[in-house]
Every structure is written in structure tokens, then in C-alpha cells.
Design a protein around this ligand. Structure first.
Ligand code: FEO
Length: 172
């Protein structure tokens, strides 16, 4: 059964939003790299890879359902941050925005009685919940421990330990 125009439109747009998310997180990584906080930079470089995986998974889903996606232009993220907390807060606001986009995709699929796409999006719904939690935890950690050099050093070491693992549930 072919996907509806309504569903392919929002999913094609979502590819672009996920690629923008990767761009945004690379700008966060650039900021922290410049500050000498290589662990924070590492965390966001991995986050950028995950966002590209999300884009690739949606692209693959469209291709597998006989729809040719279009790669639209990716917007340039704002690169100015006032302090080390600012990217973290921008990250949470962005993830909440992406959650609203994923939920919209789901609502469109539901309105079209597109059960296949709803099942496909289930993974993204759960992932957004995890990403919001991670973003919130990073803000809390920074407020609690980031205000003295030793605490910031320890946090940076913690984020340095993150490694990239491609989700086994994603068909890329
Ligand atoms: Fe793939 Fe966190 O949006």
C-alpha cells in the first residue's frame, strides 16, 4: 500500500529537521572544543551522528516504501553562546521542538490510518523521551557541579567516555 502524500510530506521534512539537528549539535561541539572541553565536544559529536542516523532511517523508510525523498537545504545554526550552560539549554529546547515534530508526524499517519508508519514512528517517540531526559540531566549536572573547575573537569571526563553505538533497531 502506497504512503499518502500527507505522510511522505511530513517525513521528508523530518529528514531535513534531523540533519539540522546534527548541524546544531556540531556547532555545540565546536563551541566546547574551542573552550577546551573535549568531553562535552565528544558528547555532541556523537549526538550529531545519532541525528544523522535518524535522518537516514527516515530516508530508508521512504525509499523502501517506493517514495523518492528530496534532500532540501539545511539551515545554518546560530553559533553564538554566552556561556557553557547555553548550548545545553538550547539543546533541551531543540529536543522538545523535535518531539513536537515527531508527534505531528505520528498524528498525520494516524489521520491517514497509516498503521505501518505509526509503528515505524514508535521508535522515534521513545527516542525523543530519552533525549529530553538526557538534555535535562546535562543541565542539572552543569548547574550542580559545573560551577567550580574540579566539578567541570569531572563532568567533562564523564562525557568523554560516551561512545557511538548505532541503534540496532534502525534500518539505515
Ligand atoms: Fe533525532 Fe533528537 O532528534
Amino acid at each position: 500500500m502506497a504512503l499518502s502524500n500527507e505522510v511522505t510530506t511530513v517525513l521528508n521534512e523530518q529528514i531535513n529537521k534531523e540533519m539540522y539537528s546534527a548541524y546544531l549539535y556540531l556547532t555545540f561541539a565546536d563551541y566546547y572544543d574551542d573552550r577546551g572541553l573535549k568531553g562535552f565536544a565528544n558528547w555532541y559529536e556523537i549526538q550529531a551522528k545519532e541525528e544523522m542516523d535518524h535522518a537516514l532511517a527516515i530516508r530508508r523508510y521512504l525509499l523502501d516504501n517506493d517514495f523518492k525523498p528530496t534532500m532540501e537545504a539545511i539551515a545554518k545554526p546560530d553559533k553564538t553562546f554566552e556561556n557553557d550552560l547555553a548550548p545545553l539549554e538550547a539543546g533541551l529546547a531543540h529536543e522538545e521542538y523535535v518531539t513536537s515534530l515527531i508527534h505531528h508526524c505520528y498524528e498525520v499517519a494516524h489521520a491517514q490510518h497509516d498503521v505501518r508508519t505509526m509503528k515505524f514512528l514508535d521508535w522515534f517517540v521513545a527516542e525523543q523521551g530519552e533525549e529530553e531526559t538526557n538534555a535535562r540531566d546535562m543541565i542539572t549536572n552543569m548547574k550542580l557541579f559545573g560551577c567550580d573547575p574540579k566539578g567541570l573537569y569531572d563532568l567533562d571526563r564523564e562525557y568523554q567516555a560516551r561512545t557511538y553505538v548505532q541503534s540496532a533497531s534502525l534500518n539505515l
